[in-house]
Write a protein that binds this ligand. Structure first.
Ligand SMILES: NC(=O)c1ccc[n+]([C@@H]2O[C@H](COP(=O)([O-])OP(=O)(O)OC[C@H]3O[C@@H](n4cnc5c(N)ncnc54)[C@H](OP(=O)(O)O)[C@@H]3O)[C@@H](O)[C@H]2O)c1
Length: 309
């Protein structure tokens, strides 16, 4: 639990599933940048989520069923995004948000899967309509969302340019399927891009915006390096370009169910066949969450840091 900016390990009563929810014994829960922001009081959980237990993704076993639940059974291995509360040993999750964990996938990978892959899939395909044969730029490509995005874009047949600031991570990102891995400072020189997935923020989009192709689409998902940039509207107009933004956490139950359905259709088959995977940088016991948060803040990782219960 978060208490005055500290992370404490406390006993709380088990949550009770509503008729359309299941109770999950959490086995693994990925850490995300938003958890660190929530910890310092700047990103409260949405209504309906525990206000002081962080965690927006999890994997675990179903151990209890609401009275209306029909699609899963006790003992099933599931994973999901949630509004909060995932970094606990028990959580309730709406049935419509559950994804089945493939047999060959271990708990750590499953716990680090939902947030990055749901964000990347929604941004690249639902928001930007990325198609085979197009050229995509993924910025911040060595992190949780970036590693998912590079794999999904490459598997759909797009040509992928990935920007990675840590030279030691470039080979890893190339191995995920990126056609070209570049220093972030060189993004403008390697355009044009049909789609830009902006995970870093304003200064990065400043370069990428000028390198959009005619009909290009950019989606802003992360603004850690700054929330503004100067947009030349003449450029926007002449390129017939689109710049949009998106968040997932505040979406309605129905919108999250829709995202889960798209993942079941488009992404789980790739996961089951081993064509995509979740790079795990580190696993840390849930009781030592503070250490994992410090590691996340240090940066330089490839993929996900995951808490294991
Ligand atoms: N809108 C949404 O719904 C949504 C959902 C998920 C995530 N997000 C946001 O999207 C962003 C990425 O998430 P993530 O989970 O992939 O985070 P992550 O795992 O921390 O990865 C971020 C990557 O960006 C790099 N990076 C950070 N600042 C940079 C800078 N100034 N210049 C160049 N590279 C930089 C990092 O490099 P180093 O390792 O070297 O620091 C890291 O490889 C975060 O801001 C997160 O909050 C938004």
């Amino acid at each position: 639990v978060i208490e005055s900016g500290d992370l404490l390990y406390e006993e709380r009563p088990d949550p009770v599933p509503a008729p359309h929810e299941v109770l999950v014994a959490v086995r693994a829960a990925g850490i995300n940048a938003a958890d660190l922001v929530q910890r310092v009081g700047l990103y409260p959980a949405p209504p309906g989520s525990p206000p002081d237990i962080p965690g927006m993704e999890l994997a675990g076993e179903v151990i209890g069923l609401g009275s209306d639940v029909r699609s899963v059974r006790e003992g099933d291995r599931v994973m999901a995004i949630v509004g909060g509360g995932a970094q606990a040993t028990r959580i309730t999750v709406d049935e419509s948000h559950l994804l089945a964990v493939p047999e060959a996938m271990d708990w750590a990978e499953a716990g680090g899967f939902p947030e990055g892959f749901t964000t990347a899939h929604d941004a690249l395909f639902t928001q930007c309509g990325l198609r085979s044969g197009e050229r995509a730029l993924v910025t911040g490509a060595a992190g949780g969302v970036g590693t998912a995005a590079v794999q999904l874009a490459a598997r759909c047949g797009a040509s992928v340019v990935a920007s990675v600031r840590n030279p030691e991570r470039r080979h890893d990102v190339e191995a995920l399927g990126a056609d070209l891995v570049i220093d972030p400072a060189d993004a403008a020189a390697h355009g044009p891009y049909d789609v830009v997935l902006e995970l870093i923020g304003g200064p990065s989009l400043q370069d990428a915006f000028g390198a959009l192709a005619t009909g290009g689409r950019a989606v802003v998902i992360g603004v850690g390096a700054g929330a503004s940039f100067e947009m030349n509207l003449f450029t926007l107009m002449m390129k017939r370009a689109v710049v949009r933004g998106s968040t997932m956490r505040s979406r309605s139950t129905e919108e999250k169910a829709d995202m889960a359905a798209r993942l079941r259709r488009d992404v789980l088959p790739l996961l089951e066949s081993g064509s995509i995977g979740v790079p795990i940088s580190e696993t840390v016991p849930l009781e030592a969450a503070g250490t994992a948060y410090e590691r996340f803040a240090t940066g330089g990782k490839f993929g996900k840091i995951v808490l294991v219960a």
